[in-house]
Design a protein. Structure first.
Length: 477
């Protein structure tokens, strides 16, 4: 279908259905179109072998594509990441030098699909420049109309408006176009395409950002392209960052209905628990816990744990050249929350030391007193709009237990904290903190809810499987 586009590394079908460049699944009604209408543009050219190492230095590699294509911070909260199966159905199997990622709204009225192709050496840049110059030959409205006809729509129902390709100031070179597809009696689907080439040393990447929507654009494809281009220019992530990222909880690990929680400017800051104590720096989630623990004699060992693995300011901050701590986003559904963090140590032995400290007899006693203090201080903290302290809460009843953890990783430990507040109608809040060691990485998964936590096993299993598959997680430096 359509003419071959001749490139330095061979022909590639324009909008083809067999190994081609765009796949669209469309239903019979506009509602089905909103749910299943997807544009997935695959790279035009295969520009050389992948290769991840050159002269001992890490260079541009498709192995790092999950890092380059992680744009969850750039898409609206209404979007969720496509699961691997969903992505394969939409974008197909990727060739060895390419990778894909995708996002969709829960109601299916918008999709974002990203593809990333790595080319090695100067010839790759020439190939990608050719692809950009001939983008209008590869992405054609008539081929899109033919594919919609293949999706059981009559050809006389479909009209694709002429498109104009324009240059965009992102990456080293980029072009974009907007396809408006009118379907008689149903409505219009919009397919926005941006093709970008980015150089990194002697290598190059071809990035395609495809945005499909029904009503109105939910995002700017140039913002997505700018983010990816900046990452390619700044270089690949460290091996430690790749490991840590793999073990974080993502929205795809959670049941339907969960969303990423954003901290509003009006949200109160965590209260200080000691006279004269300073507020924790932004990003240091364990600041209040660390401060409170230092005032409890039985927490001496636990303070060492916090000081050795506490969160650091800035998501990609490091304690030293051999360690890295990465915090994931916090997710919520009603009163329930889920969050994660991963610490990557230089060796498995140093990761084991973390668990040795957690298992000392005083830790359980420390946690019981620590959570009681933090909960009480939180209830007694001033409200956001008032300097008056809340009514003094009755004694908070805290119980810390160590039930069986999930059967994952090389080592694991679970703390379940149950806090009951009589002054609030005996509401029982449950928090579960599960620590999982896999090789030289230690992940902390934290869940909270009223009465019971129901999602921990499935979520921890999904994230732990990715962590176990991360390259280098079992290799000591």
């Amino acid at each position: 279908m359509g003419d071959d586009v001749i490139a330095p590394y061979g022909p590639t079908k324009a909008f083809g259905t067999e190994g081609g460049t765009m796949n669209v699944h469309v239903g019979r009604t506009l509602g089905a179109l909103a749910t299943a209408g997807v544009v997935a543009i695959l790279p035009l050219t295969s520009a050389g072998a992948v290769g991840a190492e050159r002269d001992g230095a890490h260079v541009l590699s498709v192995v790092d594509a999950p890092y380059y294509l992680d744009v969850h911070d750039k898409v609206p909260p209404s979007f969720r990441q496509l699961t691997p199966d969903e992505l394969t159905e939409i974008a197909g199997e990727q060739p060895p030098d390419s990778a894909a990622a995708g996002y969709t709204t829960e109601d299916g009225d918008a999709f974002l699909v990203l593809t990333f192709t790595v080319g090695k050496g100067r010839s790759a840049w020439s190939a990608f420049q050719h692809d950009l110059a001939h983008a209008e030959e590869a992405y054609r409205g008539e081929d899109l109309a033919h594919m919609l006809t293949d999706a059981d729509l009559s050809s006389d129902q479909i009209t694709v408006a002429p498109v104009e390709w324009t240059d965009v100031a992102t990456g080293d070179a980029a072009r974009t176009a907007l396809f408006n597809v009118d379907i008689a009696g149903l409505g219009t689907i919009h397919f926005e395409v941006l093709v970008m080439a980015v150089r990194s040393g002697a290598d190059a990447a071809l990035v395609v950002v495809a945005h499909a929507f029904v009503v109105a654009p939910a995002l700017a494809v140039t913002d997505i392209a700018d983010e990816i281009a900046a990452r390619v220019k700044s270089g690949p992530p460290s091996p430690e960052r790749t490991i840590a990222q793999a073990g974080l909880v993502s929205i795809g690990d959670l049941p339907a209905g969960w969303s990423e929680r954003t901290v509003a400017a009006s949200d109160p800051a965590p209260p200080s628990t000691t006279e004269g104590a300073t507020e924790p720096t932004d990003g240091d989630r364990l600041g209040p816990a660390r401060t409170a623990a230092k005032s409890i004699p039985s927490c001496k060992t636990f303070v060492a744990v916090l000081d050795g693995s506490g969160r650091v300011p800035a998501q990609n901050g490091t304690r030293d050249s051999n360690e890295l701590t990465l915090d994931g986003p916090e997710f919520s559904l009603g009163p329930a929350t889920a969050s994660s963090g991963v610490m990557v140590y230089p060796t498995s032995a140093s990761a084991n030391e973390f668990f040795r400290l957690l298992r000392v007899p005083s830790t359980k006693a420390c946690l019981t007193k620590l959570y009681a203090k933090i909960t009480t201080d939180g209830l007694n903290a001033p409200t956001t709009n008032s300097r008056q302290r809340r009514a003094k809460a009755a004694t908070v009843r805290v119980e810390v237990t160590t039930p069986h953890p999930s059967p994952v990783g090389d080592d694991r430990l679970l703390f379940r904290v149950s806090a009951e507040v009589p002054s609030l109608g005996h509401v029982r809040v449950v928090s579960e903190q599960e620590y999982v060691r896999t090789g030289r990485a230690v992940a902390q998964y934290t869940f909270s809810d009223v009465e019971r936590v129901s999602i921990r096993d499935d979520v921890v299993r999904a994230a732990s499987e990715r962590l176990a598959a991360a390259p280098g997680v079992r290799r000591d430096r």
